[in-house]
Design a protein. Structure first.
Lengths: 261, 281
């Protein structure tokens, strides 16, 4: 019984994906339009994309930009968010700035950024940076704010300086919340990566996708959507494993399986 | 950081009136005003003077909201008094320090550290070598009755166990003074009794100075050498009662002891009076 249950809970995500592909296939067969190829045709187009050197270079360039944009955003946002959470002065200075930037779609800033920085890597990485920063800052802020004052007092009594308390108490105590923000940030990094390449077509996964769309190669379009989606699932699952390992001490006993592992 | 407000200048100017004898803590005309959200000033404690000798177990007893915890936070250096000076070993308190170890009602353990990691934190911070700190901490964990739980995380422990860890974590860096802020207030009656007994056993062995805040009369009488009864807000000292009961104290004997019972009844009466004062407009 437990074996069956374990199998069901483990294979559930895979089943869900297969189900989605099946519905897609059926819908495509019923609609019979050129612009909506079936799941199977899209899947068949994947090997030719991944086998093509130029496509691979494009995709790797995307991943590189995303990795850099994400990393820089995390490195800047975590300290900023934590300081905002512990200092009312810092929070009241940055809060209005964040409130203004929050509702603006980061892709909408793309034209301005392009004017300033050109169509190169820097502009795209900046858009990714902006997309990732806000959730990471917000969650770091919330995490630092929620820390029990007496935990910091206990540290102070042991002789920890203000800086040491920040790094050795606030940071680990807020880590579960910070990582929640990073996980959201990772997904947003992928989204902003594609949109930035949609607007500034030069290279990247988004570039392949939209060029194929222009040329009416719909199987390539859908294959790219699958590839980008798979990248998202893979990144998210990998990050979730890392997260679970880092904050094992705060996890509730029950967890929903999110990875195929 | 709003954590530790800087001390008012009054403090620096005041000549350190060194206490002769074995005064560990001297609280000298301390008052504390808090500004509430409605910009109103709330006088939490008013003009408190108190001396605590080295090795004494002193309880501060009062109704909730009488500022008894505030007094403990001032001695801890977590809060600066609006007026007056608190000193430890004759030196004005300017902030928290390892000579004064707090134990809070909320435990305030580091949830990302195991029991051992929590207890070792203080000694490691003091520069004790890892192996030595671990040996000392393991011994302390055994002393508070948690042998076998060294590698558990706080979330896996009950409230009573968490408070045992918190006590061990504080004892681990050898503070001269233990500051206990309603440490057993969040525990059920049975756990509370057991922890009181164990605290008493540990204390009767090393006789640290203890400042113990509580609202339980029985707890205060059972544990203390002296009980400081406070009035309702603004907290003032209403009366100081010396508890002249033999040590080592055993709960089973004490509960039947008419002297213990009289202390409890007398002090309860003092607190009742206080409440009635407050009810008058």
């Amino acid at each position: 019984m437990t074996v069956i249950r374990a199998f069901v809970s483990r294979s559930a995500p895979l089943m869900a994906c297969l189900g989605l592909l099946a519905i897609w296939q059926v819908a495509a067969l019923m609609l019979k339009t050129d612009s909506f190829p079936g799941a199977w045709e899209a899947i068949k187009a994947i090997p030719s994309i991944l086998g093509d050197q130029e496509s691979l270079i494009n995709i790797l360039a995307s991943i590189r930009r995303m990795a850099i944009g994400f990393s820089v955003a995390v490195l800047v946002s975590i300290p900023l968010g934590l300081m905002m959470g512990r200092s009312r002065a810092i929070a009241s200075f940055f809060n209005p700035l964040l409130m203004i930037t929050y509702p603006v779609p980061k892709a909408a800033l793309m034209p301005i950024i392009l004017l300033w920085l050109g169509v190169g890597d820097i502009a795209k990485m900046l858009v990714i940076f902006l997309g990732v920063s806000l959730p990471v800052i917000y969650h770091s802020f919330q995490g630092a704010k929620a820390i029990e004052e007496k935990m910091l007092w206990s540290g102070a009594a042991m002789g920890l300086s203000a800086t040491q308390r920040m790094i050795r108490i606030v940071l680990p105590a807020a880590l579960p919340e910070i990582l929640t923000g990073c996980r959201t940030g990772l997904v947003l990094a992928l989204i902003t990566m594609v949109t930035s390449e949609m607007i500034a077509r030069q290279s990247g996964a988004g570039n392949i996708l939209f060029n194929a769309l222009d040329m009416g190669q719909y199987d390539t379009v859908y294959a790219m959507i699958i590839i980008i989606g798979a990248m998202g699932i893979g990144l998210d699952a990998a990050f979730e494993r890392l997260r679970a390992r880092l904050v094992r001490w705060s996890e509730p006993a029950f967890e929903i399986p999110l990875s195929f592992a | 950081m709003k954590l530790m407000p800087s001390r008012p200048n009054v403090e620096a100017k005041a000549a350190p009136a060194r206490q002769t004898g074995a005064a560990m803590i001297t609280i000298d005309r301390v008052s504390q005003v808090f500004r509430t959200s409605g910009r109103r000033e709330h006088l939490a404690i008013s003009d408190i003077s108190l001396t605590i000798e080295d090795g004494a177990f002193v309880s501060i007893l009062g109704p909730s909201g009488c500022g008894k915890s505030t007094l403990l936070y001032i001695v801890g250096g977590f809060v600066s008094p609006t007026e007056g000076v608190a000193r430890v070993k004759g030196k004005a308190i300017r902030g928290p320090g390892p000579d004064r170890g707090p134990v809070f009602q909320e435990f305030a353990l580091f949830p990302w550290k195991s029991v051992l990691g929590n207890v070792m934190y203080g000694p490691r911070q003091q520069g004790v070598k890892s192996g030595e700190a671990e040996a000392q901490s393991r011994a302390l964990i055994e002393k508070v009755g948690l042998k076998g739980f060294e590698h558990f995380y706080p979330k896996e422990l009950s409230g009573g166990m968490k408070q045992r860890v918190a006590l061990a974590r504080t004892l681990a860096y050898h503070p001269a003074v233990l500051l206990m802020d309603e440490p057993f207030g969040a525990l059920d009656a049975h756990t509370r009794t057991r922890l009181q007994n164990d605290l008493l056993k540990i204390w009767e062995r090393d006789r640290k100075t203890v400042l113990f805040v509580t609202h339980s009369v029985e707890e205060a009488v059972f544990l203390s050498d002296r009980v400081v009864v406070m009035t309702r807000a603004p907290g003032r000292i209403k009366q100081i009662v010396e508890i002249d009961l033999p040590r080592p104290r055993r709960r089973s004997e004490l509960l039947l002891d008419p002297r213990y019972q009289k202390y409890v009844v007398d002090i309860e009466g003092m607190i009742d009076d206080t409440s009635e004062d407050e009810l008058r407009p």
